[in-house]
Design a protein around this ligand. Structure first.
Ligand SMILES: [Zn+2]
Ligand SMILES: [Zn+2]
Ligand SMILES: [Zn+2]
Length: 347
């Protein structure tokens, strides 16, 4: 499996499942011994995530102001939302009066499945018989391997395909949570909603209602791939090192911890599901969560930065995100119609 290019973590998982199955089989007398134990599973190094510093986060937010997705990134970074959670945010779960967001849904891309009788025949035109020539220019990344003989893939082109595409799903276990918005974000979200409503009125019958906070110009969900692309461009604009979209939550965790928020509360806010520790926690005291949200707002938009940040605050004024001018700048900088998000399309 490793030779086939599977990640060590994936191989380890498969090994564990096989081994557990075989242990049960031994117990039931179905097999003589657990052969999985004869194979040494790969060791998995935890991938090290280097979270953004506060300065970097503020730079990202400043650069985001020039993008139609500005509000999406502000909310995502401040609340430590996973990508699917941010794109799956719905107004019905967001209470701007109390400043509470229920992170109860996330958007996810599901793989398509064949709905037809004969998946192999169905994909006939798309099966790949031979590997690409060495000089292949068709593929920008690694060339895909040829199809296996009885290949049943290519379900995305099945005329009766089902189950795929973007779907809402409930987050599992602890990641289903309620979080408090930093107070700075409330007026921003109100303005965002007003613009979205104006746009919806203009779109008329073309609008597809999903109650999404962040959506495409016709109301449909934002594609996670485009969101990821947007994040990459944003990091480049902010001249911050490359990172995955998922580093967002990690950043929030560091910032919250840096501001002295209790680690248990941070876990609760970010919906971490570390079983070793989380099983003991039930509900978070709301005032503490609100205090955490307030501190996060201070960290990201506050004028009075603490410690080292104060000394260079004059020189780094461009890092300070001015929410007052957020909306107007957003509008000025995005006159072009975008496929990306409703917020830029109101004017
Ligand atoms: Zn195939
Ligand atoms: Zn190729
Ligand atoms: Zn099919």
């Amino acid at each position: 499996m490793l030779a086939a290019g599977k990640a060590p973590s994936h191989v380890l998982k498969v090994h564990r499942i096989l081994s557990r199955m075989l242990t049960i089989a031994v117990r039931r007398g179905l097999v003589a011994r657990n052969i999985a134990q004869l194979v040494e599973p790969p060791t998995v190094r935890e991938t090290e995530i280097v979270p953004f510093t506060r300065d970097e986060t503020r730079r990202i937010l400043a650069a985001a102001q020039a993008r139609p997705s500005a509000v999406r990134w502000a909310v995502g970074l401040a609340l430590g939302l996973r990508q699917g959670e941010a794109l799956g945010m719905r107004w019905a779960y967001l209470d701007l009066d109390t400043g509470r967001l229920r992170v109860w849904w996330q958007i996810q891309r599901n793989k398509w499945q064949h709905g037809c009788e004969d998946p192999h025949a169905c994909g006939a035109r798309r099966h790949k018989a031979k590997p690409c020539p060495k000089t292949c220019r068709q593929h920008t990344r690694a060339c895909p391997a040829p199809c296996p003989k009885d290949c049943t893939r290519h379900a995305s082109s099945c005329p009766q395909r089902r189950g795929g595409g973007l779907v809402f799903r409930e987050p599992k276990g602890r990641s289903r949570r309620t979080v408090s918005l930093p107070p700075e974000l409330v007026p921003v979200l109100r303005a965002h909603r007003a613009e979205q409503q104006r746009y919806r009125a203009r779109a008329g019958g073309a609008w597809e209602e999903h109650d999404l906070v962040f959506c495409q110009p016709d109301g449909r969900p934002v594609d996670p791939r485009e969101d990821w692309q947007d994040w990459q461009e944003l990091l480049q604009a902010a001249r911050v090192r490359d990172a995955r979209v998922h580093d967002g939550p990690q950043t929030s965790a560091t910032l919250l911890l840096e501001f002295g928020v209790d680690v248990r509360i941070v876990m609760e806010i970010l919906g971490h599901s570390d079983l070793r520790v989380t099983t003991r926690y039930t509900h978070i005291a709301t005032p503490l969560a609100e205090e955490a949200a307030r501190r996060m707002g201070q960290a990201l938009w506050g004028a009075t930065a603490t410690g080292a940040a104060t000394e260079k605050s004059q020189a780094h004024d461009s890092n300070v995100v001015d929410l007052g001018s957020w909306r107007s700048r957003l509008r000025e900088s995005n006159p072009r119609p975008t496929h990306y998000e409703c917020v830029a399309l109101a004017d």
